[in-house]
Design a binder for this molecule. Structure first.
Ligand code: B12
Length: 197
């Protein structure tokens, strides 16, 4: 009799057996839930560069060689493109000034005015173009420069095409991104800076 009692006590202390049946039921419910339909891929809007920069006005120049300032604003240290463009413009017979790195918008605008340039070319690979370009144009306009009429503003570098319209609205005549040939840039300047009369 004593032996049987001990066995009963041990059984009582044992933890309650797990109930796998319920878990299986839960899993089954999860699996049965209807799957969400995969989101339709977002359509990337196609940007027509030619349309954005169509009909940009030409500069009428009094005479003499075309004068170009190549500017590097802000903390951007990428200067290969700027130097290549400066050299190509010089080889094309233009008078070229290069600002060097790390200029403020005011410094670039003031140099462009002092040098009386026809073309202000900004090379921006830092991603700060939407701040720097309007800041430079604002400074030019505050000193009575008619952007697009007295001075052509060109921008080159890493510029997403979704920002083209914003830059055009700010007064930029054309944007050149990586892969643009230097010949096409020189040709654009020749076409858009024409002698008066
Ligand atoms: C070389 C390079 C560097 C070199 C720069 C050497 C130098 N002295 O220039 C070094 C290693 C130093 C460097 C550093 C960095 N880099 Co870097 N670099 C590049 C790389 C691979 C090539 C740039 C280049 O020289 N191209 C060759 C030249 C000829 O092309 P380009 O400048 O684009 O010029 C052409 C056009 O854009 C246009 N153009 C340019 N300027 C002008 C001006 C005018 C007036 C006109 C008309 C046209 C024009 O015409 C040119 C001919 O087609 C690019 C990637 C890429 N594929 O572009 C990344 C890239 C520019 N770098 C990048 C980054 C992030 C950096 C760093 C911040 C990395 C880090 N965390 O340290 C640093 C920043 C350093 C700094 N202080 O600014 C990013 C920029 C991202 C962005 N803006 O959204 C890029 C795009 C790489 C990437 N895919 O992420 N880099």
């Amino acid at each position: 009799m004593a032996k049987k009692k001990i066995v009963k006590k041990a059984k009582a202390k044992m933890p309650a057996a797990k109930k796998p049946a319920k878990k299986v039921a839960k899993k089954a419910v999860k699996k049965a839930a209807p799957k969400k339909a995969p989101a339709a891929p977002k359509k990337k809007e196609k940007i027509d560069v030619r349309q954005i920069f169509a009909n940009t006005p030409k500069i009428q120049k009094e005479g003499g060689q075309i004068r170009v300032l190549v500017g590097k604003a802000g903390l951007d240290g990428h200067d290969r493109g700027a130097k290549i463009i400066a050299r190509a413009c010089r080889d094309a017979g233009f008078e070229v000034v290069y600002t060097g790195l790390h200029q403020t918008p005011d410094m670039i605008a003031n140099t462009a005015i002092q040098e009386d340039v026809d073309v202000l070319g900004l090379s921006i690979l830092s991603g700060a173009h939407n701040y720097l370009v309007p800041a430079i144009i604002k400074q030019l306009e505050s000193q009575n420069v008619k952007v697009g009429k007295d001075m052509l503003i060109l921008v080159g570098g890493i510029i997403p095409d979704s920002d083209f319209a914003t830059l055009r609205k700010a007064g930029v005549s054309m944007v050149f991104t990586p892969g643009a040939s230097v010949d096409s840039i020189v040709e654009y300047i020749r076409e858009h800076v024409q002698p008066k009369g």
